[in-house]
Design a binder for this molecule. Structure first.
Ligand SMILES: [Zn+2]
Length: 261
């Protein structure tokens, strides 16, 4: 079942078995581990704000986690994009690493392939243009590069396509029991869920002052938009709703305000 949510859609109830692909990916990762070079670290320092703000021990940990993620995922160009460049891989990989940085080794194993389109792309299934999507049946995260870069360019507007799609993937991965990974603590999810209906109602009624309108579509979109704000507007988010912010700190096992000094 394809669910269309404005510019973002994903599939439900179509979790195909991915174990075979994951086994191949793991073998490739062990045989050909991707190392991040000194120049690439410099590149991230300049272009990935979260990484640039981390303290040195966390930076080393981040690079190690990024190497694992880059080694275990495939990046494929689509829609006329001939090559997924190293910079694209690094920035998309860094976004995944940032969102799951609170876990010791989570890498969203189910989502083994990243498809990169140069621009928004037309879906023949639901006849609309997409900026990005996740597809759990095929283990895909799909990104429009132009929209991804626009999201990165303004690091404090709370709009970031990369974080948005990785948030969808993380929430879906939490439902997938056979991926060998444990995402959300049930207790933390319960605490987060306590605050969602009230905030959703506010956004839907047009009285919302913090989350943008598309957060009001449903709880999936709310979660994705909440994570965009959690990372890009941490301080404002905490001032707006400290309990909701804190519930996300517990859920994601990290506090950007502490990590980023
Ligand atoms: Zn979405």
């Amino acid at each position: 079942m394809a669910i269309t949510l404005g510019d973002c859609h994903f599939y439900l109830h179509m979790f195909g078995s991915h174990l075979f692909i994951d086994l191949i990916n793991q073998a490739r990762w062990r045989l050909f581990p991707r190392k991040v070079s000194f120049e690439e670290v410099r590149f991230l320092e300049q272009h990935f704000y979260y990484f640039a703000q981390l303290r040195n021990p966390h930076k080393r940990e981040f690079i190690h986690r990024l190497e694992t993620i880059l080694s275990s995922k495939r990046f494929l160009g689509r829609g006329g994009l001939e090559e997924v460049t190293t910079e694209m891989e690094l920035l998309i990989g860094a976004t995944i690493t940032m969102v799951v940085f609170g876990w010791k080794s989570l890498r969203l194993a189910h989502f083994h392939t990243i498809l990169v389109y140069p621009n928004t792309y037309y879906s023949t299934i639901n006849k609309i243009y997409h900026r990005g999507e996740v597809n759990p049946k095929h283990g895909l995260i799909v990104i429009s590069w132009r929209c991804f870069v626009e999201g990165l360019a303004d690091k404090s507007d709370g709009i970031n396509l990369g974080i948005h799609e990785v948030a969808h993937a993380l929430k879906l991965a939490n439902w997938i029991q056979n991926d060998g990974e444990r995402e959300f603590s049930p207790q933390a999810w319960k605490e987060y869920s306590k605050w969602v209906p009230g905030e959703l109602a506010k956004v839907k009624s047009g009285q919302g002052t913090f989350f943008r309108e598309s957060a009001g579509l449903n709880e999936h979109e709310f979660f994705a938009v909440a994570l965009e704000n959690f990372f890009e507007r941490s301080r404002e988010f905490k001032e707006y709703h400290a309990q909701l912010y804190q519930s996300l700190v517990q859920l994601l096992r990290q506090d950007p305000l502490v990590l980023m000094g």
